[in-house]
Design a protein around this ligand. Structure first.
Ligand code: PMP
Length: 304
C-alpha cells in the first residue's frame, strides 16, 4: 500500500502514520466495525467520487443494523471525503471510510465505548488486475458458504463479515485461482468474496435476488441501470452451480473490482474463455459513467 499524507480521523486531519488505535479497541476483538469502499476518478472536468452519498448512506445503514451511532451525518462524511482527496492531492484514488467501536470496556456489550470514524484514501489500481479486466479471471466455487442472514446480516457491510470472505479468498488463492464465488446456505450462488455476481444466458442478464444474501452492491445497482438503458433483458433469479457453469458470460461487480469478467470457473471455461461481448459493452459503459463521459449519469459524480 502506498502511503498518502493525511487520514481523516474523528474530524481531524492526522498524519498517515499517526492514524492508530489502542490494542484493546473493541472492533479489533469482536469485529464491531462497518466500512465502505469508494473510488474517485479523473473526469476531464476534475476529480469526482462515484456515488459517494450512496456509499455514506450505506455506511449509516450498516451502523443502524448493528445499533452503532455514527457521530457524523452523511453530509459531514461526504464533505470529509472530498477534503481527504483534496488534501492528499489525488486525482484518482480508492477511499476507505470505517466506523468502529473503540477502546473502553471489554466484553461483548459495546456499552458506552466511543464510535470512531476514519476516512483514508490511497492509490489503488484494478483490484483483480488490469489483465483481469480485459481477459477475465479464474474463479473457484468456495467450500465455505456465505454467511446467512439468520446468523449475521450480510447486508450490513461489517468488518466481521469479512472473516468469512477471507477464508474463501485464501482457499481460492491456495488452489491457484484468482477469486472465490460463494454459495449461500441453501447452495445457490450468492456473491464473490468482495463482489456481486452476474451471469448472462441467452442474452439475459441475471443476478441473484436479495434473499440470496449478497451485499446490496452499488456497482450492481449501477449495472442494472446500464442494462435497462441498453435494453438488455434483466432478471433477479436464483442461480444454481450448473447454471453458473453453463452461462455464456459471467462477471463480478464491486467498487474495488469494478466490472471484472470471469473466464474460467472450477476448471471449466466460461463462454469463449475470455471477456464476453455483453460484459464488454456493460464494462465500457461503466467506465464512461465513472469517468464523466456520460451526461445522463452526472448526478452520480460528486466533484472534489
Ligand atoms: N459483496 C461484497 C461482499 C462486497 O464486499 C462488495 C464490495 N463492497 C460488494 C459485494 C460490491 O459492493 P459495491 O459495488 O457497493 O462495492
Amino acid at each position: 500500500m502506498e502511503k498518502a499524507e493525511k487520514i481523516w480521523l474523528n474530524g481531524k486531519m492526522v498524519a498517515w502514520d499517526d492514524a492508530n488505535v489502542h490494542v484493546l479497541t473493541h472492533a479489533l476483538h469482536y469485529g464491531t466495525s462497518v466500512f465502505e469502499s469508494a473510488r474517485c476518478y479523473e473526469t476531464g472536468k476534475g476529480s469526482a467520487i462515484f456515488r459517494l452519498r450512496d456509499h455514506m448512506q450505506r455506511l449509516h445503514d450498516s451502523a443502524k443494523i448493528y445499533m452503532m451511532r455514527i457521530p457524523y451525518s452523511v453530509d459531514d462524511l461526504c464533505a470529509a471525503t472530498r477534503e481527504i482527496v483534496k488534501i492528499n492531492k489525488f486525482t484518482e484514488c480508492y477511499i476507505r471510510p470505517i466506523a468502529f467501536i473503540g477502546y473502553g470496556e471489554m466484553g461483548l456489550n459495546p456499552g458506552k465505548n466511543p464510535v470512531h470514524v476514519s476516512i483514508a484514501a490511497w492509490k489503488w489500481g484494478a483490484y483483480l488486475g488490469d489483465d483481469g479486466l480485459k481477459r477475465g479471471i479464474r474463479c473457484k466455487v468456495s467450500s465455505w458458504r456465505r454467511i446467512d442472514s439468520a446468523m449475521m446480516p450480510p447486508a450490513a457491510k461489517a468488518g466481521a463479515n469479512y472473516a468469512n470472505s477471507v477464508l474463501a479468498k485464501l482457499e481460492a488463492l491456495n488452489c491457484g485461482y484468482d477469486e472465490a464465488l460463494m454459495l449461500n446456505a441453501r447452495g445457490t450462488l450468492c456473491e464473490g468474496s468482495g463482489e456481486n455476481l452476474f451471469i448472462i444466458k441467452d442474452g439475459i442478464l441475471i443476478t441473484p435476488p436479495p434473499a440470496a444474501g449478497a451485499l446490496f452492491g452499488i456497482t450492481m445497482n449501477t449495472v442494472i441501470a446500464i442494462a435497462k438503458d441498453m435494453g438488455i433483458p434483466f432478471m433477479r433469479e436464483e442461480i444454481t452451480r450448473e447454471e453458473l457453469f453453463l452461462a455464456d458470460e459471467v462477471f463480478l461487480t464491486g467498487t474495488a473490482a469494478e466490472i471484472t469478467p470471469i473466464r474460467e470457473i472450477d476448471g471449466r471455461p466460461v463462454g469463449n474463455n475470455g471477456r464476453g461481448p455483453i460484459t464488454e459493452k456493460i464494462q465500457a459503459k461503466y467506465f464512461d459513467i465513472v469517468k464523466g463521459k456520460d451526461e445522463k449519469y452526472k448526478r452520480w459524480l460528486e466533484f472534489v
